[in-house]
Design a protein. Structure first.
Ligand SMILES: *[C@@H]1O[C@H](CO)[C@@H](O)[C@H](O)[C@H]1NC(C)=O
Ligand SMILES: *[C@@H]1O[C@H](CO)[C@@H](O)[C@H](O)[C@H]1NC(C)=O
Length: 535
């Protein structure tokens, strides 16, 4: 009897399990971008896991951020290194060096710094995509792996299109594709699929706004073409041969990486300037933001000791381990002059100028500190999480941008009146103190940030829930092809109706020509006819 009850139990259990897994749980394959982008991808993965989906993550053998074992996903480790960490360490220190070079203040030296940074960036990204290319080839050549991926019958591939692997994999497996995106290998996402008139949409990294003078518009157009050209120069030599090799010469290279069902954008219109968008673009800016929790007791005590002055928080993210000594000394000296308490995330030699009001820490609970009522200002390099969390909690920002699109991200917050930006190459204790004092004592900065915070929180659905809805929508409907426009499948002259305009112009010209000819003929007839009559 016991045996049959056991059987019955097992039977119902399996039935129940099968039911839940087929009705709510999907199978999701993730091809992530290693490094800080993984931190955000993990937020989506944890939420998907909590909703009963099964997640599998592909990682290279030497992955930097993506852990092999996790309670939230199973991983498949490719037997091939991605060399991501080494690449980062090499170029980040080089870029920091360029930024910090002492130079005369002139347009030319600014331009020179810019060119050097651009060169380092091109080198870094070329190297990076070459390594990614190797990983992809390795993956496609591994017949057993591909077989098992096919057999697993995934419901969708979720990827960060900053690497090309996810889009290629989805196409190979014939599975719907969702992007967690701001950048793809071909450029900023909006510019690739939504109409983007350069007259009022600043190209990313130009630090321009939606109100541009004539010269700024010239700069914008040049930056756009230069940006598109460099990215093509970097990525095409890597991905084009791969597409040709594994998908044949008939597959149109330019559309392969734009073929996602849904684009989950990591920004929104609190952050972005208003612009045209597309039905399959879903904005989830701030999806990583959470309510703050209580601080550890010692930190809380330190924060409370600041009294009415409050605290300033500073962190330059996980990537910058050491600032040069001159810079940290100047920062420490500026902090020492403030009546506020300061919590500074800093690894490296303790600066001699450090004031008694400044606490150095190896790590800080950024979100919990930003949500603390005593926090008055946030000094940040402008990474995604920093900017989004500052907006979420309404804390005004002093920006010290270092690499990539950080300067551009911060400039957007500055345009909205909620940040002051300091060029780290120009930083000394006076400049830095001035920036801090402005943000601390001019109430417009705090006011603007609180306004952005209110707007950010006033949405029909939380950004993370929005992302979940659309991911599950794609699982339910096996894609979202009906939301995809045809625009990216057209050649530029069809897209801009150049052929139609040419045909219509030709028709107009032709009819004008015919009219003129007929009139001339008639005129001649009448004229010559009259002449004939006269004679
Ligand atoms: C800039 O902001 C966008 C949108 O929030 C984000 O995707 C990107 O990662 C940010 N850049 C950096 C360097 O953090
Ligand atoms: C505060 O900052 C705003 C914006 O930069 C500026 O217009 C205003 O004059 C400043 N107020 C004071 C008192 O300095």
């Amino acid at each position: 009897l016991l045996g049959s009850i056991n059987h019955l139990f097992l039977f119902t259990f399996t039935l129940l399990f099968m039911q839940t897994s087929s009705s709510s749980g999907g199978k999701i394959l993730v091809f992530p971008l290693d490094g800080s982008h993984w931190v955000n991808m993990k937020v989506l993965i944890e939420e998907l896991h909590s909703r009963g989906h099964q997640i599998t993550v592909l990682r290279p053998s030497d992955s930097w951020y993506v852990e092999e074992t996790s309670p939230f996903y199973t991983s498949i480790t490719l037997s091939c290194p991605g060399k991501f960490e080494a690449n980062f360490e090499k170029y980040l220190s080089r870029m920091l060096e360029i930024r910090l070079e002492k130079k005369p203040v002139s347009l030319w030296s600014k331009l020179w710094t810019h060119i050097q940074l651009e060169r380092a960036l091109i080198e870094q990204f070329s190297q990076f995509h070459r390594e990614v290319g190797e990983v992809i080839i390795h993956m496609f050549e591994d017949a057993n792996l591909m077989q098992s991926l096919h057999a697993a019958k995934y419901d969708l591939v979720l990827t960060d299109p900053g690497v090309g692997g996810g889009a290629l994999l989805a196409r190979k497996l014939q599975v719907p594709l969702v992007f967690n995106v701001r950048w793809t290998i071909q450029g900023e996402a909006h510019f690739l699929i939504a109409p983007s008139p350069l007259s009022y949409i600043p190209f990313t990294a130009t630090e321009l706004t939606d109100k541009m003078t004539f010269t700024q518009r010239v700069k914008n157009v040049l930056a756009y073409f230069f940006g598109r050209y460099t990215l093509t120069y970097i990525t095409e030599p890597v991905y084009k041969p791969i597409v040709k090799r594994y998908f044949g010469p008939d597959v149109d290279y330019s559309t392969v990486f734009l073929d996602a069902d849904i684009w989950l954008m990591r920004n929104d219109f609190i952050f972005e300037f208003p612009r045209p968008t597309m039905p399959n673009i879903v904005y989830m800016g701030g999806f990583q933001c959470k309510p703050s929790k209580a601080l550890p007791a010692d930190l809380e005590e330190f924060v409370q000791s600041s009294g009415d002055h409050g605290v300033v928080i500073m962190t330059l993210g996980t990537l910058v381990r050491n600032l040069p000594e001159e810079v940290s000394e100047e920062i420490a000296a500026a902090f020492a002059q403030l009546p506020q308490k300061v919590i500074w995330r800093y690894v490296g030699q303790r600066p001699a100028n450090l004031g008694s009001n400044t606490l150095l820490v190896n790590w800080l609970p950024q979100n919990d500190l930003l949500g603390h009522p005593k926090t008055r200002a946030f000094v940040t390099h402008g990474g995604t999480n920093g900017v989004q969390e500052a907006i979420h909690h309404g804390v005004p920002v002093v920006g010290l941008p270092l690499f990539y699109d950080q300067a551009d991200n911060l400039s957007r917050v500055r345009t909205k009146g909620a940040a002051v930006i300091v060029d780290i190459g120009m930083l000394d204790r006076h400049v830095f103190k001035e920036a801090l004092m402005t943000v601390l004592y001019n109430s417009t900065y705090r006011g603007s940030m609180q306004m952005l915070s209110k707007l950010h929180k006033d949405q029909p659905m939380k950004p993370l829930n929005q992302a979940m809805f659309w991911l599950e929508y794609v699982i339910r409907h096996k894609g979202a092809r009906h939301l995809q426009t045809q625009s990216h499948k057209m050649s530029w002259f069809v897209y801009h109706s150049v052929d139609v305009i040419a045909a219509l112009s030709a028709a107009v010209l032709l009819s004008v020509f015919i009219c003129i000819s007929v009139m001339r003929l008639l005129y001649q007839k009448i004229f010559t006819g009259k002449k004939v009559k006269h004679e």
